[in-house]
Design a binder for this molecule. Structure first.
Ligand code: AHM
Ligand code: MG
Length: 356
């Protein structure tokens, strides 16, 4: 109901996770996800606080010490580095993680704490951080895989080859998006929102600063089947393939199937662009182009979690030619073209590619 805010016992994220696992005792992973989500939500609150106070605490700008560069060759901002530490530690201490793979780390990190568990978390701790210094929206993106029982990830210093054990753990990260047991994002904007799926629908929680809790404000989110907004970095238009060029032209002049003339919105912050697309409908894309054949966004911790959310909300997510959730990763930081949004909008583009 819309009265959740004033409820004397609001549906917090923690309560939601407990009730969901109590009501679905047959569903695997939900009990473990309680612990994992309690770690993630604390990290998100901490990152939200860091982001909102960055201008005051001198946390804007680049990481000091000779300009750190991550594995993507991107300069790391102070807040990228800090957010990564915050999330990594929260996950580690959840006791459920075997492997964690972050945009900000060259290699997945094997959790060798005594209490390490058998889940894999892939994440981008602070996506869209180029926006940070202008106080524009940013977000955290995460996905959770269960480890493959056939190749359990166990680190035991006393037994055998440590490198071989770690290599077995790293393989656990290479799973297609359809294996995700949960995915979500937290957006740091005019309000802080955490949007989550555990494989049965999508729910949105808003951080209530008065009680410091994420409260269910957007139950069972569904994306409209058609929208009127397209969201691409149009500066790349000259490098797009002709099919995409024609499709976007048809959104501008109304010659698309819906007959409507679309509006353009592009924040340049994936979480915010996806969040708006989820709520208002339409189509978002970061396609491959002549210069970057696989686009910009990373399969494991950007494309796959967003695609799971969109599909769970009744939308579609594709590379243009293939369902994103079916793509088998071959490298941790691999990029993939991503087009997602309302079912009819995305299908129209997929049909055009098929008719090529
Ligand atoms: P980042 O991970 O370095 O922050 O880059 C990812 C961001 C996404 O949030 C956004 O969708 C995209 O880069 C925007 O790229 P561009 O500036 O090329 O439009
Ligand atoms: Mg990113």
């Amino acid at each position: 109901s819309t009265a959740v805010h004033s409820d004397v016992s609001p549906m917090t994220l923690t309560r939601y996770m407990i009730e969901e696992s109590n009501q679905n005792l047959d569903k695997e992973h939900l009990v473990d996800l309680q612990g994992i989500m309690s770690g993630i939500q604390v990290a998100c609150k901490k990152i939200s606080s860091l982001v909102s106070r960055a201008g005051i605490t001198n946390l804007t700008g680049l990481e000091e010490g000779g300009g750190s560069v991550n594995i993507q060759g991107e300069e790391q901002k102070k807040l990228d580095v800090l957010s990564n530490e915050v999330l990594k530690n929260s996950l580690r201490f959840s006791g459920k993680m075997g492997v964690i793979a972050s945009e900000e780390e060259d290699e997945p990190v094997v959790v060798d704490e005594v209490a390490s568990g058998n889940y894999v978390c892939v994440f981008d701790p602070l996506d869209g951080s180029s926006n940070i210094d202008a106080a524009v929206a940013t977000g955290t993106i995460f996905g959770i895989f269960a480890e493959d029982d056939e190749q359990p990830c166990l680190i035991n210093d006393d037994e055998g080859d440590l490198d071989a054990q770690k290599a077995a753990c790293l393989i656990q990260t290479m799973q297609p998006g359809k294996n995700l047991v949960a995915a979500g994002y937290c957006m740091y904007s005019s309000s802080c929102m955490l949007v989550l799926t555990t494989g049965h629908g999508v729910n949105g929680f808003t951080l209530d600063p008065q009680i410091g809790e994420f409260v269910l404000t957007h139950p069972n989110m569904q994306i409209p089947s058609r929208g009127k907004i397209y969201s691409f970095n149009e500066a790349n238009y000259p490098d797009w393939d002709p099919t995409l060029q024609k499709f976007v032209d048809s959104l501008k002049d109304g010659s698309n199937k819906s007959g409507a003339k679309y509006s353009s919105r592009y924040i340049g912050s994936l979480v915010a662009d996806v969040h708006r697309t989820l709520l208002y409908g339409g189509i978002f894309g970061y396609p491959g182009d002549a210069k970057n054949t696989n686009g910009k966004l990373r399969l494991l911790y950007e494309c796959a979690p967003m695609s799971m959310l969109l599909e769970e909300a009744g939308g579609l997510a594709t590379t243009g030619r293939e369902r994103v959730l079916d793509v088998m990763p071959t490298a941790v930081h691999q990029r993939l073209p991503l087009i997602l949004g309302s079912k009819e909008d995305v299908q129209e583009l997929v049909d055009l590619y098929q008719a090529e």
